[in-house]
Write a protein of this length. Structure first.
Length: 167
């Protein structure tokens, strides 16, 4: 009849689980495990489980790294959630500014036409064709628009530059 239990089985299992098997155990226990089928099977199976557990432990990332990654991700998500209302307010302000610009342009269009007519008649008396033969006719028609665009191209970057300098 084959034995089903051994009195040293728990001791062999404990030494394997504590990483003492086979080098740091008593020679008597090692000799017993070589001769006892139950203890040798327990040692072999427990050692296999230990190898699998050690391999799995080495393949997992460090707990500190996982914690840091979770903290960084939580901060990014919190910053994104906090920024959503700000972005919505910025888009609403932009839409209001565009609407206000459209309203101002539509209200000032008759005035701009009268100013353009005044400037066009004053510029028509000056002979631009002598200075710019190809652009004389176009400048007399779109002179105001060209002057306003030139002023904006100079004025807007200057204002932005001065605003950045203050910061």
């Amino acid at each position: 009849m084959k034995p089903v239990a051994c009195e040293f089985e728990a001791e062999v299992l404990a030494s394997v689980l504590q990483y003492r098997w086979p080098d740091r155990v008593d020679s008597e226990l090692r000799d017993h495990a070589v001769n006892c089928t139950i203890c040798s099977e327990v040692a072999a199976i427990a050692a296999g489980f230990q190898e699998v557990r050690e391999t799995a432990r080495q393949s997992l990332p460090d707990a500190g790294h996982v914690w840091r990654s979770a903290q960084i991700r939580a901060r990014h998500e919190a910053a994104a959630a906090a920024g959503r209302p700000i972005h919505a307010a910025q888009w609403m302000a932009f839409a209001c500014a565009v609407g206000l610009l459209g309203a101002c342009l539509s209200l000032s269009l008759p005035w701009l036409r009268s100013v353009r007519g005044w400037i066009a008649t004053s510029l028509a008396t000056y002979d631009f064709k002598a200075l710019f033969p190809a652009a004389g006719a176009a400048f007399s028609q779109y002179g105001v628009l060209a002057l306003v665009m030139a002023a904006l191209l100079v004025l807007i970057p200057g204002v932005v530059y001065l605003a950045i300098l203050k910061e």
